[in-house]
Design a protein around this ligand. Structure first.
Ligand code: FE2
Length: 295
């Protein structure tokens, strides 16, 4: 029999700026929660309306020792890196980048979007790599929205399966350690019970609206846009509902994975296990061993 997880706590995101100065909402890392093992960061870019030539990005910067997962909701970005990969990300597209031993990355608004402006909304998740994979060869999985499996829920709700499995649909993305990354869009009155293995750490991030998390007869908890709901590890499923009474859609990311339980040495875009490995990363970067982005 499946047991529904209770809610451990609800965290408010902070608002900050990244890259050249674009707005992000960040549930973690913060001083109060430096990581959510195996995840290192979640940034919600926007939602924000930009005028012509106002949109900002993150020009050339390095990464080593983890993965960056970009998921666009609105607007478009152009990614490039030192391995001559380049890809445009539009609404619903996902780029799962395994930085591994190191890349130089550039994430800028796509040219047409930059020219005309518009609404920008997206997410970046950092997934830590186990020590055996930190120096793995970099890899890119660029998945267009049309290739992301979608399952239907009740009253016109859907779930987009970015990683893992939901309602019999399996993701097309490979992950180095088991991960679920699901985007639920529920209509008022919809309720889902999603299987999550007991050994996973799991949280929900509310993108739009307000939802009810946990079982009604336990400590069911309401959370709203911009909040992160952390589930207890006392069950093998989570319950999410869009209350009928609120009459608004609920958009939620459900993200989970097996904790690595390894030491984390972190310095900006380098995430390793020891301080020595961080010094090595800085030295390799300074010596140009991460390569350069070709114009
Ligand atoms: Fe990056």
């Amino acid at each position: 029999m499946s047991t529904t997880r209770e809610i451990k706590r609800i965290v408010n995101s902070i608002t900050t700026v990244e890259g050249e100065g674009f707005l992000v909402h960040r549930p973690f890392p913060t001083n109060a929660m430096t990581q959510f093992d195996p995840f290192l960061l979640l940034d919600e870019m926007g939602p924000k309306e930009y005028g012509p030539r106002e949109a900002k990005g993150a020009p050339d910067h390095p990464h080593r020792g983890f993965e960056t997962v970009t998921y666009m909701i609105e607007g478009s970005f152009q990614h490039k890196d030192s391995n001559e990969n380049a890809g445009r990300l539009g609404p619903g597209d996902v780029q799962w980048m395994t930085a591994g031993s190191g890349v130089i990355h550039s994430e800028m608004p796509a040219k047409e979007f930059e020219e005309t402006g518009g609404r920008l909304h997206g997410f970046q998740l950092w997934v830590n790599l186990p020590s055996r994979d930190k120096m793995a060869k970099p890899r890119y999985q660029d998945i267009p929205a049309s290739k992301i499996p979608v399952a239907h829920i009740g009253n016109e709700g859907i779930v987009r399966v970015i990683a893992g499995e939901a309602l019999g649909k399996k993701a097309v993305i490979d992950t180095r350690t088991p991960i679920i990354y699901l985007h639920f869009m529920l209509k008022p009155g919809d309720k889902i019970e999603q299987h999550v293995p007991r050994e996973y750490n799991v949280f929900a991030y509310i993108v739009e609206g307000e939802g009810e998390f946990g079982e009604a007869n336990d400590a069911q908890t309401r959370a709203r846009r911009g909040q992160m709901v952390i589930f207890e590890s006392n069950g093998d499923s989570v319950s999410i509902a869009a209350p009928k009474s609120l009459r608004s859609d609920l958009s939620v990311l459900l993200i989970g994975g097996i904790p690595l339980n390894e030491p984390v040495a972190r310095y900006g875009p380098f995430v390793m296990n020891t301080q020595m490995e961080i010094y090595q990363a800085i030295e390799d970067y300074r010596a140009g061993r991460f390569g350069t982005i070709q114009p």
